[in-house]
Design a protein. Structure first.
Length: 400
């Protein structure tokens, strides 16, 4: 059993060895009692002073009561003196505190409150921590969520041509590409419409140039209403003369799906600033002696339906392994013209597809703008690209 450490008390011999434990325990208990008796002396003095004061008061008190109190005081004092005679040696190991000015309450020290946290083993801790007041919420400043705009225009540039094709890409604060409907593009005060989307989120616009200076204004607004407006671009039309090529690409024509292999090897051709791929391909076909059929125009909605030349399809034959795939899917076969290779020739799912740098372009040629060094391949398919490795709905047979 361990004792309670109250005010002004401490255990002595805390570092005694185990063999002296019992002796130390008894000595400590006596020290506690002696110390308590010594602290009781100031209380007795105070009581004597109070008694003297009461005696000086003219109010009469029964003599028997005064005699009983004095007798009790004398007996208590005698007991204290007798206890203190053997306690002097133990005081050397006792830590004593000055209790001057503090009210002594021996009854409370003898029976400490069970909730007093000084009683290390008997303390009753609260089940939950005392709730602290919540800090006042601080209002965070509203962040700017303005869209970002990128363009290839340069303020003050000079163009030696009749028009300038430029590109615009806008993203919202979260990094999502904005559609063309979120863009407001004005050239010389008139709103311009997109001429195509060469790649996801990148839109092409064409500005017909007037003599002297021309202006372009670009604004983007996202779904949350945040908008960004770029400073006005000024474009100058240069002197009339021969335009300088912006770069060159290579174009090839292939029909391995009908056993003809490469019809036109990769051929280099220049392109000009702002020129669409459809325009470059048509110029190549014309320069190399091919005919063509198309829907739309070179500047918008272009679709290459067929390529022709005398005897171009002579000797064409569908490879046996590819024919097996066509039969499995019940592909409908069709006739063809020896001088043309185009949509619905050989099968009802045939047509021309084009690739740029090995990637199938799922946009029309008039929406694609070449870059210097691009490799363009025109390839004929019999089943919507499944025989070219890019079939829709997961239908991929290989690459013929």
């Amino acid at each position: 059993m361990k004792g309670y450490l109250g005010k002004g008390y401490a255990y002595a011999g805390a570092q005694d060895n185990i063999s002296a434990g019992e002796e130390s325990f008894g000595e400590q208990a006596q020290l506690l009692e002696d110390t308590k008796d010594e602290e009781a002396e100031p209380q007795e003095q105070k009581q004597a002073e109070v008694t003297a004061t009461q005696e000086a008061t003219p109010t009469p008190e029964p003599e028997s009561q005064n005699e009983d109190e004095q007798k009790a005081d004398q007996e208590q004092k005698s007991a204290d003196d007798s206890d203190g005679e053997w306690n002097d040696d133990s005081k050397e190991n006792t830590i004593q505190y000055d209790n001057a000015g503090e009210q002594d309450d021996s009854s409370q020290e003898a029976a400490p409150d069970q909730n007093d946290d000084r009683n290390q083993e008997g303390a009753q801790l609260p089940l939950s921590p005392t709730p602290m007041p919540s800090p006042e919420p601080t209002q965070e400043p509203e962040e700017d969520h303005y869209p970002e705009i990128a363009t290839d225009l340069t303020d003050g540039e000079t163009v030696n041509g009749d028009y300038r094709t430029f590109y615009v890409q806008a993203t919202d604060w979260y990094g999502n590409s904005l559609p063309s409907t979120s863009l407001e593009i004005y050239g010389n005060g008139e709103r311009l419409s997109s001429k195509g989307e060469p790649s996801t989120g990148v839109f092409a616009y064409r500005l017909d140039l007037n003599e002297g200076s021309n202006t372009v204004n670009i604004k983007a607004t996202d779904e949350e209403g945040w908008s960004t407006t770029l400073p006005t671009f000024t474009i100058y039309k240069g002197e009339d003369g021969q335009d300088e090529p912006a770069g060159s690409i290579t174009v090839s024509i292939e029909a391995g799906t009908i056993g003809l292999g490469t019809i036109l090897p990769a051929t280099s051709i220049d392109y000009y600033q702002g020129e669409q791929l459809s325009s470059v391909v048509l110029r190549l076909l014309q320069n190399t002696g091919f005919d063509w059929r198309n829907n739309g125009s070179a500047t918008g909605g272009f679709y290459l339906k067929a390529i022709g030349r005398g005897g171009i399809a002579s000797g064409a034959a569908i490879p046996d392994d590819l024919m097996e795939h066509l039969k499995k899917v019940n592909c409908q076969l069709s006739s063809h013209d020896a001088n043309w290779i185009g949509e619905f020739d050989f099968t009802m799912n045939s047509g021309w597809m084009y690739f740029v740098n090995g990637e199938y372009m799922n946009v029309g040629m008039s929406s694609c703008f070449p870059g210097d060094g691009d490799e363009v391949r025109l390839r004929f398919t019999l089943y919507s690209g499944a025989d070219l490795g890019v079939g829709s709905d997961g239908e991929v047979w290989g690459d013929w």
